[in-house]
Design a protein around this ligand. Sequence first.
Ligand SMILES: Nc1nc2c(ncn2[C@@H]2O[C@H](COP(=O)(O)OP(=O)(O)O)[C@@H](O)[C@H]2O)c(=O)[nH]1
Ligand SMILES: [Mg+2]
Length: 217
Amino acid sequence: MEIKIMKNILDRNQNKADEVRKLLELKKVLMVNVISSPGAGKTTLLERTCEELGEKFRLGIVEGDITTDRDAQRLKKYNIPIVVINTEGGCHLDSHSISKVLGYFDLDKLDVLFVENVGNLICPSQFDLGETFKLALVSTTEGDDKPDKYPMLFREAKAVLLNKIDLVPYTNFNYNNFRSDLKKINANIPLFEVSCTRGDGLKEWFDWITEKINNFQ
Ligand SMILES: Nc1nc2c(ncn2[C@@H]2O[C@H](COP(=O)(O)OP(=O)(O)O)[C@@H](O)[C@H]2O)c(=O)[nH]1
Ligand SMILES: [Mg+2]
């Protein structure tokens, strides 16, 4: 019984996600679903990305948050359209809520829409939002075992960002373990090793996402 209910939810989610994806393809808006655990650096990555790409492309952001608009407050200085979805306790966004908020954006005036999903490595990987692709973000302070423990996200994602490499000297994070576990799950996935606060490695990320946005036009 429970399995059937879950299947219905996922079916309904998938149908709406397909609709969203079709609309965004028509409007040539690349949508990136950013997934990480709380505190890994999603909002900081979006801050750096707005600073670098805000002049070159027309950006928009959907902020998924349980209750507050704190992340949106951090991002509003970039003067780009931002919509907050408060899930009121829900641990992930779904395609129905995305479909509703798309109405608040002028899709003819957007090149890319970043979605900061609710901080969680599990549920967000199961719900297709209609995104062009998922971006998995992990930080070194969480340990090097996350790809092995949460393989679904790393299988689903189109790229992985390993953040907070500036803090590696203070942790027992092992790059070889991380890279080889990731390779076993998703052999050719691009991996960006970055520090969103210090700036290391961000150029490679900016170049990669720039190419993805250009190819979508
Ligand atoms: N040392 C260090 N701290 C970072 C880095 N990226 C983000 N942080 C900090 O980690 C905390 C959580 O970042 P935030 O972007 O809010 O994470 P989110 O919950 O995934 O959106 C903040 O205090 C950031 O300043 C990094 O590369 N290095
Ligand atoms: Mg955040």
